[in-house]
Design a protein. Structure first.
Lengths: 296, 408
């Protein structure tokens, strides 16, 4: 039974990674850049929700919506101010800018909200009895875990529909395939990229709230580690691929939980990254990524 | 870049404050009013006579006031500031001029902060807040002959082999040993589990000493669990191991942020042993949004209780709260005590006006290790120092009852 419990813990953790990984993977797919500030947008989302609930006394749903609105705006603003002027610059310059934005958000949060850790109030109850009991006394799922998994599935389904069926989604795919050609076909590349950032950041807000509900501490650096894990998940699943992000996120969560439970609590990260290396040796583009050989 | 700007702003702020403090002490010197309340807290012989030469000692502080560890650094910075203001308001023979530099918790930044303080003319070094930077700075002060007193860097590495470095807090092994002895003498917990941060010198230092002492005095440690860093968020594996081993007391020599998660997750899995922590646990109750009922019954060893009822603690807590809108923790109290230790030591030295920092360093070392010098502070009474630089004071264990500390 402890095995199944670990599977559940792993999948729910992985679902959160997957939602974050989506932000990385979509931005990479379209703008061909690694947005390292993504993890910190998560943190901002969690803070907005925290203050909406604890200081303004708003209900959790309003807190989440507010977080989504703020993060979406933040994502678009960051893109406009920091990345758009560098559209033609070498990718290394954009990467360094992204790291700079990440520090800006962390330190800005510290000035605004202080360095002291805050305890997040979970949006759904985490009491011992707030769980769905499958086998009494042995197997149960907490409501937070259920919420994480459901959110992940819904988001994934919605995104797949969006990129497959809508005009904007098709424009996104066209941009990711060939920006120049897409522009020639009359697609507004800049607004498409902004849209991608908006969606990615909105998802970051959702992930931030879910993550802080499952593990209720919040500090200006809360987002950095999950951000890196989710980036790993995106690479694992194949960066640029939406189903890849889901697969990578969930696998990463499960491997991490299993490594902790059965190998060593200290070495879980090492195990996760060892698996990543092996996968990339066998499939250099990740599990579901398209490997495009470069002609020299 | 933002970080630098912030550091620069804080630095400028600290300097302005230093200037203001300097002005006010000068003002006191020229007008020299025999303030009626001056002698209430400290009665210095020279103070009553009047007409003495005022000596200003420059104390340079170092600690992280930005970055991950900012909460600890700011506490030591602010706590010491209150002591400095009080001391200068005494109109005694010794005034303190205080500057605090940011080390962001990083070793090489700490060394440059120290160099800045040297250029500023610091005579005594107060800090660093955290262990790794403190070890690096202590090596420098040892070579340069500056007296150094740290409020909170608790590793023995800080003082070992350096006669000029002293601590206000317990050493890590000292705390682990004291914890084991406390459990033995009170008989709390028949089976003990330990969860600690394997990647942190503070946590490992306490845990190792605790486990060694527990073995020596016959405590039954049934589970020893580790985690790699304080960014870890899931502790169910470690808690399950303790639960399965039947531990009815879990010792947590860790900081309060991970501990708050451990308490929450233990509750989620219906595991309710007695939790017992070190001084790193102090601060948990003040976390914004923390559900205090989770900490009910938690025992921790902390030298400072903000709910203390003695006059000095009350004044300190009120002043601190008025200035910074949060309750002071033990870091702040340790900082406050450091300044008083420096001040009271300086008051006992003859001819301090003519001493350079090297002579001051040697004189302070002789005084601190002489055996007759003791300080009463917020974190202990009759605190003395060993030649190793370690402080000698009684450990205090508090229990969380209805969301406040109750001294055991």
């Amino acid at each position: 039974m402890s095995f199944l419990n670990n599977v559940i813990t792993g999948v729910s953790l992985g679902s959160i990674y997957a939602i974050i990984a989506l932000g990385y993977t979509m931005v990479y797919g379209i703008a061909k850049m690694l947005n390292f500030a993504h993890g910190d947008v998560i943190m901002v989302g969690a803070y907005v929700c925290f203050f909406a609930m604890n200081s303004a006394g708003l209900p959790p749903v309003v807190g989440v919506l507010l977080a989504i609105v703020v993060c979406t705006a933040l994502g678009v603003v960051i893109e406009r101010l920091a990345y758009k002027p560098l559209r033609a610059a070498p990718s290394l310059a954009v990467l360094i800018t992204a790291i700079g934005v990440s520090y800006l958000l962390q330190n800005g949060a510290q000035i605004l909200w202080g360095a002291a850790t805050k305890t997040f109030t979970p949006i759904v109850s985490t009491d011992p009895d707030a769980r769905l009991v499958l086998i009494p006394g042995q197997l149960s799922i907490s409501y937070v875990a259920i919420l994480s998994i459901v959110c992940c599935v819904v988001v994934m389904a919605a995104l797949t529909l969006f990129t497959g069926q809508t005009k904007m989604g098709k424009a996104m795919r066209a941009c990711s395939e060939d920006k120049g050609a897409a522009q020639l076909m009359g697609i507004n590349v800049n607004s498409t990229i902004s849209m991608t950032f908006a969606i990615g950041s909105a998802l970051a807000a959702v992930a931030g709230v879910l993550m802080c509900s499952a593990y209720p501490i919040l500090s200006p650096t809360t987002g950095s580690l999950p951000g890196i894990r989710a980036f790993t998940a995106a690479v694992f699943g194949g960066i640029g691929s939406i189903p890849g992000a889901l697969l990578g996120g969930v696998l990463l969560g499960v491997i991490e939980t299993f490594a902790k439970a059965y190998i060593s609590t200290d070495l879980s990260d090492a195990v996760v990254f060892a698996v990543l290396i092996i996968v990339l040796l066998v499939r250099p583009a990740g599990l579901m990524g398209k490997y495009v050989p470069e002609k020299v | 870049m933002k970080k630098k700007t912030l550091a620069a702003m804080l630095m400028a702020g600290a300097m302005c404050f230093g200037l203001l403090a300097g002005c006010s002490s000068n003002g006191g010197q020229t007008s020299n009013p025999p303030a009626s309340d001056a002698g209430t807290q400290e009665s210095q012989p020279a103070n009553q006579g009047g007409g003495f030469d005022v000596v200003t000692i420059k104390v340079g502080g170092i600690g992280p006031i930005t970055g991950d560890l900012a909460q600890y650094g700011t506490a030591t910075q602010w706590g010491a500031q209150i002591a400095v203001d009080e001391i200068n308001a005494l109109n005694g023979p010794i005034r303190l001029e205080y500057d605090f530099q940011d080390d962001t918790g990083v070793t090489d930044t700490a060394v440059s902060a120290y160099n800045k303080l040297k250029d500023w003319g610091a005579q005594v070094i107060y800090g660093c807040t955290t262990t790794a930077p403190c070890v690096a700075v202590a090596a420098e002060t040892f070579a340069d002959r500056y007296f150094q007193l740290t409020p909170s860097a608790s590793s023995p590495d800080v003082t070992s082999g350096k006669d000029n470095a002293f601590q206000m807090c317990f050493t890590d092994p000292g705390q682990g040993t004291a914890a084991a002895e406390y459990l033995k003498s009170t008989g709390l917990g028949s089976k003990i589990g330990v969860i600690y941060n394997n990647g942190d010198a503070y946590s490992t230092g306490i845990a190792d000493a605790f486990i060694a002492k527990a073995k020596e005095i016959g405590l039954d440690v049934v589970a020893t669990q580790t985690y790699p860093d304080d960014k870890t968020t899931d502790y169910t594996v470690q808690l399950t191991a303790c639960k399965d081993a039947g531990a009815d007391l879990v010792f947590l020599p860790i900081y309060y942020t991970p501990a708050s998660l451990i308490l929450a997750q233990a509750k989620q899995m219906d595991y309710a042993p007695t939790f017992f922590g070190g001084d790193g646990m102090d601060g948990m109750l003040d976390m914004d949004g923390f559900n205090k009922s989770l900490a009910e019954g938690l025992l921790l060893m902390t030298p400072f209780n903000a709910a203390g009822t003695d006059e000095r603690t009350k004044t300190f807590v009120e002043t601190y709260q008025a200035a910074h809108n949060i309750l002071p923790n033990q870091f702040a109290a340790d900082g406050y005590d450091c300044m008083y230790a420096i001040y009271e030591a300086c008051c006992q030295l003859d001819g301090i006006a003519d001493m350079d920092h090297e002579q001051l360093c040697d004189a302070l070392i002789t005084l601190f290790t002489g055996g007759d010098f003791s300080v009463d502070g917020l974190t202990g009474t009759s605190m003395k120092w060993l030649e190793s630089g370690e402080v000698s004071k009684a450990p205090v264990v508090v229990k969380v009852v209805d969301g406040v500390y109750v001294t055991q």
